[in-house]
Design a protein around this ligand. Structure first.
Ligand SMILES: [Zn+2]
Ligand SMILES: [Zn+2]
Length: 442
């Protein structure tokens, strides 16, 4: 906190800094240190370092930082003293070559002053009207088209209607476009990646090769068109896959082809395939690969809830995968019923974890209500066994299991509260998982 206050104090001091009376214009390809040397000469200073520690300002630019200038305060001080803008100052540092080695930090700079920059990490959640205008002009696209290429197009499916209908407070009012926006809290909750994405090697092998927007969602791990698991990192150097990269199929870090990775086909009859197809349908309302709905989910309340309900439940289910619950009776039971260990042929721990989450979650919703009742019954039998050793909780579990089973059996197909029922089911399992996840004291 103190450091932050000090930083703010210095920032405030910088507001009073005036441009040096004698300055030079940076030459093409000039080094920032060289600009400082020439400016010092113009000022008649015998020491170029004086420019880096002006009087009455607590902030000092370290000479060793010049070539890789990155601190906000360094930029602000030098922009004021040399009377140049940020882009010009940046071009005097080695960072200007960043694009040759890494993915660029900004995607686009408007050709006219004030040279508005659109940062690459902002692209997936593009919301500022001014940014839209820059990109609309550059790409010759309309606002609606552009909005459709951002994650905001999923706003109505990923968050509640009240949230989806108005611009969330996480964006400055008046600056944003007047369309549904995904709130920043939803992005955090769903763990949507803004810098990196996943890829399907099959999709990128076809012309035109391009990234699908939904690959950025944590829970999307399979391409139904190619029956392939997505890659979330380069198989050769393990670097994440930046959304903004020079070539769709090539790793910008090690320069090897993503597409040369070995491909393991996922059978369209597998659970993973079925579950991912259902998930993509909830997300995009499209039926991937001619999918007309799996018979496994016929009659399941999952087909009668809103897409945002589905994602809310799936997200809540992620809680079951906490390491502290791994040994709980609930997780052990669900894994036994719904998980085959080599189900996911991915080397990525993140994709493996999502595959497990997806498999257990959808198992409970498929073959309604048999799977759910089987899980309830089996969990309950094991809990009872443990109760004999532990005492106390057994009776209340019994009562709760009976109530829930009763409710599930009696829920008719026209029940208008499937979301409430499913929330209750998952909440009960979660309570049990928490209680049985605590190690028994002997
Ligand atoms: Zn594909
Ligand atoms: Zn690589």
């Amino acid at each position: 906190m103190q450091a932050e206050e000090r930083e703010q104090g210095r920032q405030h001091q910088l507001l009073g800094v005036l441009p040096l009376p004698r300055r030079v214009s940076p030459r093409p390809s000039e080094d920032l240190a060289s600009v400082i040397v020439r400016t010092a000469h113009a000022m008649g200073y015998s020491e170029p370092g004086w420019i880096l520690r002006p009087e009455k300002v607590a902030h000092v630019v370290a000479p060793g930082e010049l070539a890789l200038l990155r601190r906000r305060l360094d930029y602000e001080l030098l922009m004021r003293l040399l009377d140049i803008d940020e882009a010009t100052l940046y071009r005097l540092t080695l960072h200007r070559f960043a694009m040759c080695y890494e993915f660029p930090d900004w995607a686009l700079i408007s050709p006219e002053p004030p040279r508005r920059k659109v940062y690459s990490r902002e692209l997936p959640l593009l919301h500022r009207l001014a940014d839209y205008q820059v990109i609309e002009r550059a790409l010759g696209l309309g606002e609606a088209e552009l909005h459709h290429m951002t994650l905001h197009c999923f706003a109505a499916r990923l968050q509640s209607p009240e949230r989806g209908a108005r611009a969330p407070s996480s964006y400055p009012a008046g600056e944003s476009i007047d369309r549904p926006l995904l709130s920043r809290s939803t992005v955090r909750r769903l763990d949507i990646s803004l810098r990196s994405t996943k890829i399907c090697p099959g999709c990128l092998d076809e012309a035109p090769a391009y990234d699908r927007l939904f690959w950025r969602l944590r829970s999307v791990i399979l391409c139904p068109y190619h029956a392939l698991l997505l890659l979330d990192r380069c198989l050769y150097c393990s670097a994440p896959i930046p959304g903004l990269r020079r070539s769709p199929g090539r790793c910008p870090y090690c320069r090897r082809e993503y597409l040369q990775a070995p491909r393991a086909l996922i059978a369209p009859t597998s659970w993973l395939y079925e579950d991912q197809t259902l998930l993509l349908h909830q997300l995009t309302a499209e039926n991937a690969n001619g999918w007309t709905g799996s018979p496994a989910f016929a009659g399941s309340p999952v087909l009668r809830i809103e897409p945002w309900h589905y994602f809310a439940l799936l997200e809540r289910f992620e809680n079951f995968l906490q390491p502290r619950l791994a040994g709980s009776i609930v997780m052990q039971t669900l894994k036994k019923l719904a998980w085959v260990d080599d189900q996911s042929a991915s080397e990525s721990p993140v994709i493996q974890k999502v595959a497990l989450q997806i498999a257990l979650f959808h198992y409970l919703l498929a073959s309604w209500p048999e799977n759910l009742l089987a899980a309830l019954d089996r969990t309950h039998t094991l809990l009872k066994g443990q109760h004999e050793r532990r005492g106390a909780l057994g009776d209340s579990w019994q009562a709760e299991a009976d109530r829930l089973a009763q409710r599930i059996r009696s829920a008719s197909i026209d029940d208008d509260a499937p979301f409430v029922l499913l929330s209750q089911v998952f909440d009960t399992f979660f309570t049990w998982a928490t209680l049985t996840g605590i190690p028994t004291r002997r």
